[in-house]
Design a protein around this ligand. Structure first.
Ligand SMILES: [Zn+2]
Ligand SMILES: [Zn+2]
Length: 289
């Protein structure tokens, strides 16, 4: 009897009861039900996913686009001596549009087939709780980061670097929009890491949209060129690399190959030059003070 009480007390579901409810659950339920009622699954999977991708991409880029016109923000620019230029941004925007509509849209069009094949639900009744979704998105991020680390390092191999990955390194001081500025083959190769998590963890269409939202905000943040430590919620995540970490990869061309977390670079010592650079910089700063 006593044992039963202990077992009952330790049921994980009971701990979940203490987690807060989603504060916008009602409004979200209404919008989601409306969408399912008025649009077909194909329209939701294809056009819905495209709209989510485009809206999130440019919403995430917007702060960085505005920062360049605010002198106050210059203190947060990582490579202060390399400001954004109009020509650089326009060139980036043109290739981005080609990548989004000629490479990514055909891939997005496969969403409907994927969800039908694996019976991934779209309905409100099957909607996962926010913490279930958050855990799955975190799982996708860990998988993508691992894929990215090894494949990104491979793309830096001297024999193939100039054929594919050199395009992404055109900008030595990146800005938000450069996150998806890449050779079409790179979009396919590194993009695979994005899909593995979905293949293993998707339990609802919402996971695809939640994961693409988090991934885009994250990759645009690390390419933003601005390190704003206190206002950035991503910095609350342990082992999050951030803008300084990936900016250094563009500045230095080698090291810091991970996309999101720092553990793979720590394990393989590929963050050595990054650490040395910042130790030297800190030393110079404290000497001049
Ligand atoms: Zn690289
Ligand atoms: Zn990059």
């Amino acid at each position: 009897m006593e044992n039963e009480t202990v077992a009952q007390f330790l049921r994980p579901e009971q701990f979940l009861e203490y987690l807060p409810e989603n504060p916008i659950k009602e409004q979200f339920a209404e919008a989601w039900t409306y969408m399912n009622k008025h649009y077909t699954k194909f329209q939701i999977a294809t056009w819905g996913s495209l709209i989510v991708h485009e809206l999130v991409y440019f919403a995430a880029c917007l702060p960085g686009i505005l920062f360049q016109f605010m002198p106050f923000m210059r203190r947060f620019k990582i490579q202060e001596n390399r400001p954004e230029t109009f020509d650089g941004q326009w060139k980036c925007f043109k290739l981005l549009m080609f990548n989004h509509f000629c490479i990514q849209l055909p891939l997005i069009a496969g969403t409907y087939v994927f969800t039908e094949f694996f019976n991934i639900p779209y309905g409100w009744e099957e909607m996962p709780t926010w913490y279930n979704l958050a855990l799955r998105v975190f799982g996708c991020a860990v998988i993508e980061d691992t894929w990215h680390y090894f494949l990104h390092s491979a793309l830096h191999d001297k024999r193939i670097y100039k054929h594919i990955h050199k395009v992404h390194h055109h900008y030595q001081s990146p800005f938000g929009m450069t996150a998806e500025y890449a050779h079409p083959l790179e979009t396919l190769i590194l993009g695979m890491g994005f899909f593995i998590g979905i293949l293993l963890l998707a339990n609802h269409l919402i996971l695809l949209w939640a994961w693409v939202t988090v991934r885009l905000f994250e990759t645009i943040d690390v390419h933003s060129g601005y390190d704003i430590p206190y206002l950035n919620v991503f910095h609350l995540i342990p082992f999050y690399g951030g803008a300084k970490f990936h900016d250094f990869h563009h500045y230095n061309f080698t090291g810091n190959y991970s996309s999101t977390f720092t553990w793979w670079d720590k394990i393989f010592g590929t963050d050595r030059q990054f650490k040395e650079y910042y130790t030297k910089l800190e030393g110079k700063k404290s000497k001049s003070q």
